[in-house]
Every structure is written in structure tokens, then in C-alpha cells.
Design a protein. Structure first.
Length: 424
């Protein structure tokens, strides 16, 4: 299992939980042992620490616990991707930065063993090296999610470590990725940055978001290419339909997502390809339509310049808590998830469902082991979706044009609380 997550559009595929599932699509996974330190593409120290953390919560009877903190230190980016749900803020918001002190306090307050840093583009933040070093010093595993445009310029500010992974946004081959990020030449920069980071001994994953009209053959070829670059693993997610993303026609529906993943995995299996995913085996099985999971958004809480975002990284209009305790204890969690809220019905993002899959693996270890050996089931009927239970008009999804981020309320709340943020 792994966890990382980025600007879920892709920067969010950029984030997952890693109980690494090697060859999630293959029947006979090839285990990789690297000097006795790594299995399944994830360092043993990470597997051990995360498993120990989860077991500790289970033994103490903790029902809701965080696995991955999504730490958003800024919203500003040097790209403007079509499916991005993070950059549509006014200039004064985009210029704000989470301070080092605020970022590290949030990491400690949350206590999650893994921290994903999406954005915006984190490498724009001048104090990002200090933030990363501070989290590594706490012995938490950092996934620094970047579009890689600035990586060559800043890579000397970071030290290779088992606790640090560059999670690089790459949505497909050259044509597909450059179209996705709405700028030519970005694919080549990202590939060069991956090679550079690997040559310097950094852990590197890619995070990939899939949208409408993806061709399974092209995606399979892209996964082959990514593995050939020497990355540790692939994080993949269907794009979440942000209601204020620049384009709304790019997102996959839930059934289309499941069918697409089955077709991609079939191609990997047919070719005997070895793909390493930074996802649990049961999450991959969920993507292939075989698990009727409910969302567990508290497994990946989000902290940014506004506070603790309710309920998850993706929904931006549900308000903010001023402490992690308040987020966990006062959020109406039962209002969110598939069938419970129209805003959630097309969501299959790892920030909602990887934690569910990990919980399921601890509850049913033989099932998880079987799926990690066999890979996801790719034929037969899909698991039925959970029933719709919402009726109240208040929970009906607003039309996209009606969705507003409560900026004025958020600004005044932040001012009242004296939140530790600074301008660019
Ligand atoms: S605009 Fe920036 S933050 Fe948004 S998806 Fe693209 S790279 Fe990520
Ligand atoms: S299902 Fe809803 S609450 Fe869960 S991650 Fe998706 S958008 Fe967030």
C-alpha cells in the first residue's frame, strides 16, 4: 500500500497509500528484492512503519485514523491544466503560502505516517526544502508531488532519503500529457526530471490521472514507458470532476472508470507486463469494479492555508475546521461517500477509497493476499454500487455555475484565527 495524492486531477493521482502492489494486473507477480531492503517497490522500513502504525490504531480500537496527510502549502502553479481543481482562486489567495512552522505543526497534529504535498506546484514555495526536511526529521514518509518543471533547478536543495519520494505528474505519453497540461514540451521536461532524480538516488513515482476518451492500449504503453524510466511505482486515479475545473467534459463517470481499468489491466496481463502500482491490491480490484467500497475520507485529511478541509481533498465547498481534532470529531462524515451525496457519486479517488481498501485488507488478509497474487479480477459481473440514500433537496448537487468557494468567509475566518500564512 502506498499513499500519495496530488492535485487530484493528477496532482492527486498523486497521492496514495502504499502497500505496494506489484504487477497489479499480472497473474504471476514478480517480487523484487533489492539488497534485502525493498520488496514490492516500497522500502521495507516504510512497510514496517505504516503497518505498525495501523496495527497500533486497530489494537486501541480507533475507528477513524489518518493514513496520509494531504498538505497543501500553496495553490499557485506554473501550469493551468484543463482538469485542475486547485488553481481557480483569486490572486491574493494564490500568493499565500503556508509557513514552515504551520506546515510542521499540522503534520505533528495529524500524526499520519505519510505526508503527501500537492498544490499548486510545491516547488514554487521558497521554504519547501525546510518543510520537507522537517517532515523527514519526524520520520514520516513524504511524497512531494510536482509537475517537475522546476525540479532540475531545485533538486540540489533536497537529500535522497527512504523518507522522500518525488511524485511526478505524468498523465500519459508525450501527446497525451502535453494535451492534459495544456502546454507543449512538459512531457519531455518531466521525463528528463525523472531521469535526473533517479540518477541522483531519489525515490521517484509517477502520478497519473485518467480522463475521458483514454485509449487502453495507449495507457498500457505509457505504463510500460513509465516503468522503463526506473520509477518505483505508478499512482493512477480517475479524474475527479471538480465543479470549478476549467473543463467539465474531460471526466470519467464511475462505470466508465471501472470498464477502462479492466481494459488496461487486461492488456498488461495479456502482455505479461510487470507494472508496479503504488496502491494496495484491493484498491486496484476496486478500480476494476469488484469491490463495493464506501469512502473513508478521514484516512487522507487535508490541511492548507484555510485550515483543515472538510471532508476531503476534493470537496472545496464544505468548510474548514480549525484543528485536526475538530475535523475528526465534528465533521458529519455520514453525509459523504457514494450514494450519500451527489458530489461523491462519481468519485473513485484514492484519497477516499485507498484507506477503505487498506482497512479491508486488515479485516480480510487472505482476500488481500489472494488479490495481490492473482491481480484484480477482470471478467464477470461488477460489484453493484452502494444504494442512493440521500433525498433531502439540500444534498442535491448544485449546478456547476452555482458552486462557490466561500472565499470571503474563509479569508475572514483565517484572519480571525491569525493563521500562520504569508504572501509569496
Ligand atoms: S495546474 Fe498545476 S496543480 Fe493543477 S493539475 Fe496542473 S500541475 Fe497540478
Ligand atoms: S467520495 Fe466524496 S468525500 Fe469521498 S473522497 Fe470522493 S469526493 Fe471526497
Amino acid at each position: 500500500m502506498i499513499i500519495s495524492q496530488p492535485c487530484v486531477r493528477s496532482c492527486a493521482a498523486r497521492q496514495t497509500i502504499a502497500c505496494g502492489s506489484e504487477n497489479g494486473a499480472g497473474r504471476r507477480p514478480e517480487r523484487r528484492y533489492n539488497l534485502g531492503r525493498r520488496i514490492l517497490g516500497i522500502p521495507l522500513v516504510q512497510q514496517y512503519r505504516v503497518a505498525r502504525y495501523i496495527l497500533g490504531r486497530k489494537l486501541r480500537g480507533v475507528k477513524r485514523y489518518p493514513l496520509v496527510l494531504m498538505l497543501e502549502p500553496l495553490f499557485q502553479c506554473n501550469l493551468a491544466c484543463a482538469g485542475c481543481g486547485k488553481i481557480d482562486y483569486p490572486k491574493d489567495i494564490l500568493q499565500q503560502r503556508l509557513s514552515v512552522e504551520a506546515a510542521l505543526s499540522a503534520v505533528e497534529e495529524c500524526g499520519a505516517p505519510m505526508v503527501s504535498i500537492p498544490g499548486g506546484e510545491p516547488l514554487i514555495h521558497k521554504e519547501m526544502p525546510q518543510i520537507v526536511a522537517g517532515i523527514v526529521a519526524q520520520k514520516r514518509f513524504v511524497y512531494l508531488c510536482t509537475n517537475a518543471i522546476l525540479l532540475a533547478k531545485h533538486i540540489h536543495e533536497y537529500q535522497p532519503s527512504p523518507y522522500l519520494t518525488f511524485s511526478i505528474h505524468l498523465d500519459g505519453n508525450r501527446e497525451r500529457h502535453d494535451e492534459s497540461v495544456c502546454q507543449e514540451g512538459v512531457f519531455d521536461k518531466a521525463v528528463a526530471a525523472i531521469r535526473l532524480a533517479r540518477s541522483k538516488g531519489f525515490r521517484v513515482t509517477i502520478n497519473c490521472t485518467l480522463f475521458q476518451q483514454e485509449n487502453p492500449d495507449d495507457v498500457a504503453a505509457f505504463f510500460d514507458l513509465a516503468m522503463g524510466l526506473g520509477v518505483e511505482g505508478i499512482m493512477v486515479s480517475p479524474g475527479y470532476s471538480y465543479q470549478h475545473a476549467p473543463r467539465q467534459d474531460v471526466f470519467l463517470g464511475r462505470n466508465a472508470s471501472k470498464s477502462l481499468f479492466r481494459e488496461i489491466f487486461k492488456r498488461g496481463r495479456k502482455r505479461g507486463t510487470r507494472w508496479t502500482f503504488n496502491h494496495s491490491a484491493l484498491f486496484l480490484d476496486f478500480l476494476a469494479g469488484n469491490q463495493a467500497y464506501q469512502c473513508t475520507p478521514w484516512s487522507t485529511p487535508t490541511y492548507n492555508i484555510f485550515g483543515w478541509q472538510r471532508p476531503c481533498y476534493l470537496l472545496t465547498g464544505e468548510g474548514y475546521a480549525q484543528s485536526f481534532r475538530s475535523l475528526m470529531q465534528e465533521t458529519e462524515w455520514e453525509r459523504y461517500g457514494v450514494g450519500r451525496n451527489p458530489l461523491c457519486n462519481n468519485c473513485m479517488a484514492h484519497c477516499g477509497y485507498e484507506g477503505t481498501a487498506v482497512d479491508d485488507a486488515f479485516a480480510h488478509p487472505l482476500k488481500a493476499l489472494w488479490r495481490s497474487i492473482r491481480g484484480p479480477r477482470l471478467t464477470g459481473p461488477m460489484a453493484p454500487d452502494l444504494p442512493l440514500v440521500y433525498e433531502e433537496p439540500a444534498l442535491q448537487a448544485p449546478a456547476p455555475s452555482e458552486v462557490k468557494i466561500p472565499l470571503s468567509e474563509v479569508r475572514s475566518a483565517a484572519n480571525r484565527e491569525g493563521r500562520r500564512v504569508s504572501g509569496a
